[in-house]
Design a protein around this ligand. Structure first.
Ligand code: TYD
Length: 211
């Protein structure tokens, strides 16, 4: 059993990589859940809609942060802890590191305030591994644009300017350097299959997966 979080800029390819891991776990009959933030619970999904919509009153930065934290508290208590207790793997698309990258790096809120709130909302529950899919900002913006051309609308974050995304990337890289044992950094310009090979080696090294 393991608690693994995937992080990165929008369009980095988290979903495809998560799917490859889940397929492998299914093949090995290892119990797992895939979950995400913002979201993960019924209440969390409702709050997600409020957070990402582009019409209506936008939350100010501090309100935005607190909404993410409310979603997280609900998610940890009602979904992540129960799954871990059952011995299941938890694969989570975004977690505490997103708040530091987006709300501190992106919005300029104090990192220490966010760290305290993260500790509070998670009841100090840390994942065993953060996987960062690192992508140059130009490439992330290109991929977001492709989705938009394919008919999907940009959410509030995807509408932000390039500098905002640069600060987010810088924050992720800083977090991964500060706690190198907790992070695996992958080059998200590579294919999902190539990234998965690197991830799998790491999981085997940690003895969470058999080769
Ligand atoms: P989502 O569509 O899930 O993005 P992605 O598919 O790229 O993960 O939207 C979630 C957005 O919310 C994403 O742009 C990152 C942002 N976010 C924060 O700003 N703070 C947070 O704490 C979390 C969890 C997400």
């Amino acid at each position: 059993m393991a608690f693994i979080v995937f992080e990165g800029l929008d369009g980095a390819g988290k979903s495809s990589l998560i799917q490859l891991l889940a397929n492998d776990l299914t093949r090995s009959s290892m119990q797992h859940i895939i979950t995400r933030e913002p979201g993960g619970t019924a209440l969390g999904e409702e709050l997600r809609t409020i957070l990402l919509r582009t019409d209506g009153e936008a939350p100010v930065a501090r309100a935005e942060l607190l909404l993410y934290q409310a979603i997280r508290a609900q998610h940890v208590e009602n979904k992540i802890k129960p799954a871990l207790k059952m011995g299941s793997w938890v694969i989570c698309d975004r977690y505490t590191a997103s708040s530091i990258a987006f709300q501190a790096g992106g919005r300029g809120i104090s990192e220490n305030d966010i760290k305290s709130l993260n500790d509070f909302s998670t009841d100090h529950l840390q994942p065993q591994l953060f996987v960062l899919l690192d992508l140059p900002v130009e490439e992330s913006l290109k991929r977001i644009q492709k989705r938009v051309d394919g008919g999907q609308n940009k959410d509030r974050f995807e509408q932000e300017e390039k500098d905002f995304h640069e600060r987010i990337r810088t924050s992720y890289l800083k977090q991964s350097k500060e706690d190198a044992n907790l992070w695996l950094v992958l080059d998200a310009r590579k294919s999902s299959e190539d990234m998965y090979k690197e991830l799998k080696s790491k999981l085997i090294e940690k003895k969470w997966l058999k080769s």
